[in-house]
Ligand binder design. Structure first.
Ligand code: NDP
Length: 337
């Protein structure tokens, strides 16, 4: 059983030295438990937060413990009445080949599914995040302008497409020409701007001719600076993530801009609201799943996975996720079906 452990806590961007690959015996399930074999491992930005020894909405990973992560697994051996050998399940097995579960954290996928890994993306945590963050907090209305960054990623690509389904004008922000082209040509966004451009703020102002009604915040930093002056009265800002800051070791240099932010929220009567997907919306998974299954089957939602082969490549892929190297939902194939 190969396991990737947190060896030390990163200062700034994580490096290979922060992880170790360990080998242990295959675990043995007790009565009431199942042995799970990992087929797919999801790599997600929140994992960077779990590497810090800081108080947050979830406990940090302890040193020399297995890195946490959502997984799609096959039941290899069952001593649990509700599961049989061969069942596909979604679990929270972490960065390892095998894990044990008592069933409470498992979701059965059924045994005739065509894309099991979708349960880690478009039909799973990132999908629910996009759906609830946009529709419940963002409250987009037809004709409004919605802006989303990390626009071709797991969450952003779905936010933009759901906003199009609602009849909105959608402006994406992404890293590089290829991603921007994909957002327009394949995802159907009205425009997409490269955040590496020095002209981002001016380009965004030129593109958002009617201002911004909903800004779905995934990245923070310079992108938010460009968005702030364009917010319309009564605009809504679901605060989903701040990935541009996850490797920061201190607050950025420069003048204190808090009063600019507060003043804008006041004058524009704008609403900013953070959320943690499963804590706030886990109970609405069924509603989301039904809507997303319909949109997928109607071809209204396109979904791209960035697939990596082999557990051993998880470390470099995760480091790359924080640098924009993934193109689509990052999923590692750990073992065969
Ligand atoms: P993505 O698949 O979008 O991958 C991360 C992307 O972030 C990269 O590909 C890159 O895209 C972009 N990025 C990385 N560094 C920077 C930077 N310095 N500046 C600007 N963009 C950067 O990840 P997810 O869709 O899984 O997650 C998107 C956001 O949603 C994250 O902030 C995440 O933490 C958050 N999230 C929050 C949840 C919640 O419950 N609140 C639940 C799930 C996700 P590009 O090359 O286009 O810049």
């Amino acid at each position: 059983n190969r396991q990737i452990l947190l060896a030390s806590r990163p200062f700034g961007a994580p490096t290979h030295d922060n992880f170790t690959l360990a080998k242990t015996a295959k675990p043995i399930p007790q009565q009431g438990e199942v042995l799970l074999r990992t087929v797919y491992l999801s790599l997600d930005p929140y994992m960077r937060g779990r590497m810090n020894d800081a108080k947050s909405y979830a406990d940090p990973v302890a040193l020399n413990e297995v890195m946490v992560g959502g997984t799609v697994c096959r039941v290899e051996e069952s001593k649990h009445a509700d599961y049989q050998q061969g069942d596909w399940v979604v679990s929270f097995g972490g960065w390892q080949d095998y894990s044990i579960s008592n069933g409470v954290d498992l979701l059965k996928l059924g045994n005739n599914i065509s894309n099991p890994s979708y349960a880690l993306g478009v039909l799973g945590m990132p999908g629910l995040t996009a759906y609830m963050g946009l529709l419940d907090i963002g409250q987009p209305k037809a004709g409004e302008t919605v802006v989303v960054a990390a626009a071709t990623g797991a969450v952003g690509s779905l936010v933009g497409q759901i906003a199009k389904i609602q009849g909105c004008k959608v402006i994406g922000i992404a890293g590089g020409t290829e991603k921007c082209q994909y957002a327009v040509d394949t995802l159907g966004f009205d425009a997409c701007l490269d955040h590496h451009s020095d002209e981002l703020a001016a380009l965004l102002a030129k593109t958002c001719t009617d201002g911004i009604d909903v800004y779905f915040e995934n990245v923070g930093g310079k992108v938010f600076d460009a968005v702030l002056p364009l917010l319309n009265p009564k605009s809504r800002i679901p605060v989903c993530g701040l990935i541009s800051q996850y490797n920061a070791t201190e607050l950025p240099d420069g003048p204190d801009r808090l009063s600019l932010l507060m003043g804008t929220l006041l004058v524009k009567r704008a609403k900013m609201q953070g959320f943690i997907v499963f804590d706030d919306y886990g109970h609405r998974y069924g509603e989301f799943n039904k809507a997303m299954m319909t949109w997928l089957s109607e071809g209204k939602i396109k979904y791209k996975e960035h697939r990596v082969e082999g557990l051993e490549n998880s470390i470099s892929s995760f480091i790359g996720l924080l640098e924009g190297k993934n193109f689509g939902k990052l999923v590692v194939r750990v073992g065969p079906d």
